[in-house]
Ligand binder design. Structure first.
Ligand code: SF4
Length: 332
């Protein structure tokens, strides 16, 4: 794997890529991605991350000061009550300066909530204490099974220890950090585990300020992994069969609403700098995350250039995707 360190001097902007930097989807929540890379190999991973990935070729790490300067510039644009959600495609606890990042985000006006997505394997008492002290508000913990064998299978690594992760979950719930357990429901694979995870969330007193559980629907993705035996549901089946059934059995509200449950509001998006179909010249600056992809720069944005055979210099591209200021281009 190639490792790319993104500093202010690198000239690589922090908007435009899904892999690092800041993602603004037009709400009061900003996704903050300090790094990209994972220690697990989950067979259902939507981004084919981890040491055994067959498509991912690069890891990224953003210099803390550079990331903070971008947040200071973008957060005020969103208005009051911003949540910064640290959620790298991969495991954010691999970022060595995470507590410093949390502390700095928490003291940035108008940020009111800082939350973190994690698989929990790198959480221990020392890290939980440091994150709590830094002001972290919530941990969204990816936990997909309680059964040790199945949990290991779903992590894709032999050393995965569900007891350690559940112990860390309990320690988080006891700290000043709120715990939200976020399993991916894979029909045909972990059906029996979801009620156990609901019981576990109740037992460890998850969800004091936020909901205790955020059950996610399994989706197939072009560059993701699909485990054998999974039966993909429609959204109707997910909400009206599975979620309803678990709500009835548990007495919990499991259908989440971003506004009601997390205080997330629609807010103006950062202005888009390209239109779909537009042609542009980009400067190739770094390898992409997948084989055959390079990262180009133009108009202070990153553009993922697929099928690019140049490793430097300028390339003419057609912009084929612009949604949420995430840009994809193909050479012309
Ligand atoms: S699902 Fe999450 S924890 Fe699992 S391999 Fe993918 S990024 Fe890593």
């Amino acid at each position: 794997m190639t490792h790319v360190r993104i500093t202010e001097d690198s000239g690589i902007p922090l908007v435009g890529s899904l892999y690092f930097g800041i993602i603004d989807r037009g709400t009061s929540l900003l996704q903050v991605r300090p790094s990209c890379g994972c220690n697990l190999n989950c067979p259902f991973c939507s981004v084919d991350a981890g040491p055994c990935s067959t498509t991912r070729a690069t890891t990224y790490e953003v210099e803390l000061e550079y990331l903070l300067s971008a947040i200071e510039e973008i957060a005020p644009f969103k208005g009051p009550g911003v949540e910064c959600h640290i959620d790298s495609p991969g495991e954010p606890l691999l970022y060595s300066r995470l507590p410093e990042l949390v502390k700095a985000l928490k003291s940035t006006d108008p940020v009111t909530v800082v939350s973190l997505q994690t698989n929990g394997t790198l959480l221990d008492d020392i890290k939980i204490t440091a994150l709590a002290k830094a002001g972290l508000d919530r941990v969204n913990l990816s936990l997909h099974a309680v059964d040790p064998m199945l949990a290991r299978e779903l992590a894709g690594v032999d050393e995965y220890d569900i007891n350690k992760v559940m112990g860390a979950a309990m320690a988080v719930a006891k700290s000043s950090i709120d715990l939200l357990i976020a399993p991916v429901y894979m029909p045909g694979i972990n059906d029996a585990e979801i009620p156990k995870l609901i019981d576990f969330a109740k037992a460890c007193d998850a969800g004091k300020r936020f909901p205790p559980l955020g059950i996610q629907k399994f989706e197939r993705y072009k560059y993701g992994r699909t485990p054998k035996g999974v039966k993909v549901q429609s959204w109707w089946q997910f909400f009206n069969r599975s979620i309803k059934e678990w709500e009835k059995a548990s007495g919990l509200c499991l259908r989440l609403d971003p506004n009601r449950d997390f205080g997330t509001f629609r807010r103006p998006s950062l202005p888009q700098v390209f239109k779909k179909g537009e042609k542009a010249t980009v400067e190739i600056m770094a390898p992409g995350w997948i084989h055959g992809e390079m990262l180009g720069i133009a108009r202070n944005r990153v553009i993922s250039v697929y099928g690019c055979d140049k490793s430097s210099g300028q390339v003419r591209v057609r912009i084929v995707a612009t949604k949420n200021n995430i840009y994809i281009g193909v050479p012309i």
